[in-house]
Structures are given as C-alpha cells and as structure tokens.
Design a protein around this ligand. Structure first.
Ligand code: SF4
Length: 679
C-alpha cells in the first residue's frame, strides 16, 4: 500500500497555536500520512481535520523550488548566487530607516530570532514586526501592564479541572479544535461553561450560560460583570489585599455605571449578567479563555485589561486551572513574539530601549544596535506607501490577504523600491516581489515552535526540501554572509537556539536535549528548572510585583452602521482553511468541503433583502467591493454579517477598516460597516 509509511518522524502540527504532537509518515521521500502523537501532553493523539489530513501542500507541484528574480515584469528562475548577490547589493544601499522586515508566526523560533538579529544588527534598522500585530498585540501590552506577562497564564492540560470556564471572543471549535475538545470534556465531567460571543457559535451549545452581546461592547459587558462581583461582595478580599493595586480606583469606576446604559450597550439583561458573575466568581477555580473576538478592536487593549480585572477580582491567577489565557492563532505566534520580532523588544521581551540590555546584545553579536523602538506593522506599510521605506523583507507571511484594507497594502508593496519575499509558495504577496526565495516547509527542517501555552517543542526534518529550497534560517544566514557580515555562521538550527537561550533568560534553561519528549514551558531559567506551566504563583512580573486593576470606559467602535453601510461585518475563520489559504487551499479534500467564501447573514436580514441562501452578492464598504455567495446563519445577530479571510477570490480584507487600537496598533478586524446588493 503506497499510503503505508516506511518510517515515521515525530514533530508538531504546522497549523494552529494548540501545537498538537504528530507523527509524519514517510514513503519514497514524501509525506504519506499523519497521525496524532498519543504521548503528547497537548493532544493525547487527537487531531482536527487540518492536522490529520491537510499535508498535501508539502508535496504540492506548485512549491517554489528555485529563487525567482523579476525581470521586465516577469519572474525568471535563477541560481542562489545571482539572487543573493542582487539582494546583498540592494540591502547594502538601504540600511537604517529605509529598511524593514516582517517575520513569521509560521516559521521556527530560530528563524525568527535570526531575522530580528539580521534586521537590528546587519541592517541597523529597528523596524521589525509580524502578524501578532493583527491578533494578540493587545494581549502582550494589556496583560504585561496588568499582570506582567502577555502569554497564557496556565497550561492546556489544566482546563479539564477548572470549576468554571469562561470562553469569550473565541470560536474555539473552529480556531483551536483540539483545545475545544478539552473544554467539552471538562463540561461533561462537571465544569461550568460560560460562552460570550456576538455569534451563537458551536461551543454555545455546550454552555451553561451563553451571552450574545452586541459586537464591540466587551468592555461594557466585562465591567458589568465586575460591577456585580464588587457590589455583591463576590470578590476575593485577601487576594486583592495581598497581591493587587488600584482596587479602590476600579471600585469607584464601577459605582458610576448605570445598569440601563450597560444593558443598552451590551444588549444583555442585567439578570443574565448577574448569573454570569456568580458562576465565574464561584468557579473555584475559574479560567478565562479568549481570542481575537477580544483583541481585534479599536479598543483591544482595554478589552484585555477588562478580562484581567475579572481574574484579579476573584483571585483566579497563580493557581492551577485558573488564569487569563489568550489563545494564539498561528502555530508559532507565541514563539515569534518570544523571539523579539516585535519593534520594542529583543528576545524574551527585553526592552530595546534599556541601555544594559542593548549593551548585552551588542556585545554578544558584536554589532551596533539602535536603542529605539521600531515601527509597527501598520506604520511599516504607511511608510512604504509614502515612499519613505525603500526596502522590505517579508519572511513567510502574506499581508496582501491578511492586512486590513488591502488596497493600501498593495500600494505599499508597489511603492517600495526593493521587495524580497521568501515563502513555500508564490503567494499573493510574493507575486509583488522583486526577488522571491524558495523556503523549506515545517516537514523539511529542524527547529522549535512555542505553542499557545508557552510550551517549547521540537520540530524535526522528515523529508528533503524540494528543488533548491532552503530553511528560512539558512536563507537569512546566506544573505548576511553575502553582505560579508559575521555572526551568521551557523551549521544547524540548534546552534542558533543555543545562542538565543544564552541571551534570553526565560528560555535560559532550555536545550534541544531537554525538549526531546514533551517540550518545556517557559520561563525555564536554568538546566534544573522543570519549566513553568502556571505563571504568577508567587508574584506578578509587574514593577511592583502586584496585579494592577485598570478602571476602564466603554468606547464605541470606530465604525458605526449608518444608512449607507447598515451592516457590521466581522471576519473569522473556517475549521477547514488556515490563514490566507496558502497551505490549505492546496489540499483537495479541504477545498471540496469548504473551497469558497460566503457572506453569512441572519435569517431576518436575509428575508428583508430577499436572500434565500446561495445567491451571488456584492458586498461593499468604504474601502472596496467584493463578490461572494450568501449563506444563512441563524447564530448571527440581526445587523451583523460574517466572512473569513481565507479566499483570494473574495478577499474580505478589501472591506475591512484600518482603525487601530491606539496602544497596540491592532486593527479593528471584527467591526467594519458594509452594504449588500443581491446580484
Ligand atoms: Fe493542528 Fe491545531 Fe488541529 Fe491541533 S488543533 S491538529 S495544532 S490545527
């Protein structure tokens, strides 16, 4: 049987942030099967449809196999030497503020570490960012301010023992399916489940309480829950006294809230909010899980702080099965943040503005570093559009489908003088490049990923990369060496990992040997440290070591429906596709089940527009117009419509708005106003 593997390699699923352990089956140099790793602490052998079946992209004939240089508007295959020489010549002209790079949440920790070293050290540019800016940047900022760490406070395995699980702004069965199984299993064994979402999602069927609040009203709803907890004495007095600051300020801010107004803003009755507050406060312990329904708003950081307030009020931090747990989207978005592919921090969240830290990295790398914050993703594209940014280096991301208002991104990419993209396929973004470099996939290289629960895990090379493609770390090293820069003479991913751990205290005790079985949770400070599944057990990592309450005010979303654009569009995900589809759209089985974009609409709105389901629609916003067929979704509130962003034929981000959270720079992808015309 050609599908029977001749051998198997243990590695990690390349899709979502859950980071399930898998075995890749290999025959004749190709991946022919995948099965879940029964020993994995994350998934105990279980996999979702993508992890189990979506590996056809690895052997796909459209994989890039040679470097491409655009000559007279057309790509020509060239050898590595020609491509590297051109890049080295151009990059040598565009150092400092004229250069920026975009790292990748799909690439390994080692590759992200190396790209920020290259950007900061070789190009002397502070401008590096990645797609965490589109998802969990508000978690990094908000949770750092309130409890001192922007990562999940607890581990996935603890979910099952929570007395109460609050899942807010997460469509978990779709975006983190194997983790959703843990939630459902917990409910079956006695945990209470609160689901809070503007859409009646699959998980709501398992909930004890489901709150369907108005889109964008999260701060008001979470403050209302906090108000009940404070007014009715449900808070944890000793925890607040011993471990927090600012309680009285929060209390005062809650006193002035009016229930009429809270009910009006949220669309949820007081009594239901009361029941929610009691269930969460009495969970003992209670765990909050959230995702981009919380972060992708023009007030995303406030939403995160409001979540954090609830956990601090009830003492649900620093203990097993409790916590504040942002669920990371892409497989290595936690790791790429950890590796310092953010404009304000070196690896391990060490400030780029701290003179001692800068000196440490300068000395270790033997390079000159600028002690300044770089530009965020949105600012990088704005500078490119204005012509001030001359050169951009993009590793493994496809902003031409994932960024909001993609017409502006297209202009930005057209305006840079020299664009280099490295990827495994000729993506929409790669097509705009001057040079495209062929990269190896996760199955063709060594390295580490860090999943959503801070577990650092090994990925292993199972097959040889196609054609002349190379691992991203080998490509970055080759460019640096062509530019005659030292500090990139690595013979293996492990050597890069060792350099990184020596400079990054939270990874300081981790080595490839120690990751061999189940991986390790950071912080892991030395070789005797068993890792830290539960954060904040003794103190918070804030300057005062206390958890800090933040009084908040409800701020309406940046775009409000009006006569011309009466519907609120929120973008989400499909279980069967991943991110901009560059990998999953190459998988026939997935395309067969779910190969087309739909606009989902509430039955009443559909009836008003004479839509029965399946008609072609024209959907327009102030940014652009696309076409997609209709699908009726009774789970949506009237006035709300929904799309994914997986399909280049109907790119939803043509419609989305660029209003951003002023603190984190994350765009309001959950709320853009649109109008609909039946074709
Ligand atoms: Fe892969 Fe996520 Fe599915 Fe696990 S839940 S198999 S990590 S996509």
């Amino acid at each position: 049987n050609s599908l029977t593997p001749a051998r198997e390699v243990k590695t990690i699923c390349p899709y979502c942030g859950v980071g399930c352990g898998i075995y890749l089956g290999i025959r004749g140099g190709e991946i022919v099967s995948v099965r879940g790793d029964p020993e994995s602490m994350v998934n105990q052998g279980k996999l979702c449809v993508k992890g189990r079946f979506a590996y056809e992209f690895i052997n796909h004939p459209q994989r890039l196999k040679k470097p491409l240089i655009k000559k007279q508007g057309k790509f020509e295959e060239v050898g590595w030497d020609e491509a590297l020489k051109l890049i080295a010549d151009k990059f040598s002209k565009y150092s400092g503020n004229e250069f920026a790079s975009i790292a990748s949440a799909k690439c390994t920790n080692e590759e992200n570490y190396l790209l920020q070293k290259f950007t900061r050290g070789v190009m002397e540019s502070p401008h590096i960012d990645h797609c965490a800016r589109l998802c969990h940047a508000p978690s990094v900022v908000g949770l750092s301010r309130s409890i001192g760490s922007g990562a999940m406070s607890n581990s996935i395995a603890e979910i099952g023992q929570a007395g109460c699980i609050m899942a807010i702004g997460t469509n978990t069965t779709v975006s983190h399916p194997v983790l959703a199984l843990q939630i459902i299993k917990a409910v079956k064994t006695g945990s209470k489940l609160i689901v809070i979402n503007p859409q009646k999602i699959e998980l709501a069927k398992h909930a004890d309480i489901f709150l369907q609040h108005n889109p964008g009203s999260d701060v008001a709803l979470l403050m209302a829950i906090a108000k009940v907890i404070v007014d009715e004495g449900l808070y944890n007095q000793s925890f607040i006294e011993e471990r927090t600051e600012n309680f009285l300020k929060l209390k005062k801010s809650l006193e002035i809230l009016s229930w009429d107004e809270l009910e009006h803003i949220t669309g949820v009755e007081k009594e239901k909010i009361r029941q929610t507050a009691y269930m969460y406060a009495e969970g003992d312990p209670s765990s909050i899980l959230y995702a981009m329904g919380i972060t992708q708003h023009s007030h995303g950081t406030d939403n995160v702080l409001a979540v954090s307030n609830l956990a601090l009020l009830t003492g649900n931090l620093g203990r097993e099965s409790s916590g504040v747990n942002p669920l990371r989207g892409q497989n290595n978005v936690q790791g790429s943040c950890d590796m310092g592919t953010l404009p304000n921090v070196f690896p391990g969240y060490q400030s780029v503005e701290d003179p001692e830290i800068v000196e440490k990295f300068q000395k270790a790398w033997n390079m000159h570093l600028k002690p300044v914050n770089g530009m965020m993703l949105s600012e990088i594209f704005e500078k490119a559009r204005s012509g001030d940014l001359k050169s951009l280096y993009i590793m493994g991301e496809n902003p031409l489908l994932s960024e909001p208002d993609i017409q502006k991104v297209k202009m930005a990419l057209e305006n840079v003088e020299f664009l280099v993209v490295q990827d495994i396929f000729l993506t929409e973004t790669a097509r705009q490049a001057d040079v495209v470099l062929p990269a190896a996939s996760f199955a063709e290289k060594e390295g580490t990923f860090t999943n959503t629960e801070r577990r650092v895990q090994r990925i292993k090379k199972a097959i040889i990369a196609p054609g002349d493609s190379k691992s991203d770390w080998e490509i970055i090293s080759a460019i640096a060496k062509k530019m005659e820069k030292s500090g990139f003479d690595f013979k293996s991913a492990e050597e890069i990992f060792s350099e990184m751990t020596a400079l990054t205290p939270i990874y300081g005790g981790i080595s490839y040997d120690r990751l061999e079985n189940q991986g390790l949770h950071w912080p892991c400070l030395d070789i005797d440290d068993p890792g830290t599944p539960i954060l904040h057990q003794n103190q918070f990592n804030t300057p005062s070591h206390k958890g800090i309450f933040h009084p908040l005010e409800y701020i309406p979303s940046a775009e409000i429906p009006d006569e011309e654009y009466p519907f609120i569009l929120g973008t989400g995900r499909s279980l069967y596709q991943y991110h901009t589809g560059s990998m999953t759209r190459k998988v026939n089985g997935l395309n067969y089940i779910d190969g087309e974009e739909f606009l989902e609409i509430n039955p009443d709105d559909a009836s008003n527009l004479n839509i029965k389901g399946g008609e072609w629609l024209e959907i327009s916003s102030r940014r652009g117009t696309i076409r997609a067929r209709s699908r009726i979704n009774p789970g949506l509130l009237s006035g709300c419509v929904s799309m994914t962003f997986h399909f280049q034929e109907a790119p939803a981000n043509c419609l989305t708005q660029t209003a951003r959270d002023p603190v984190s720079g994350t765009p309001e992808l959950k709320i853009s106003t649109v109008k609909i015309r039946v074709l």
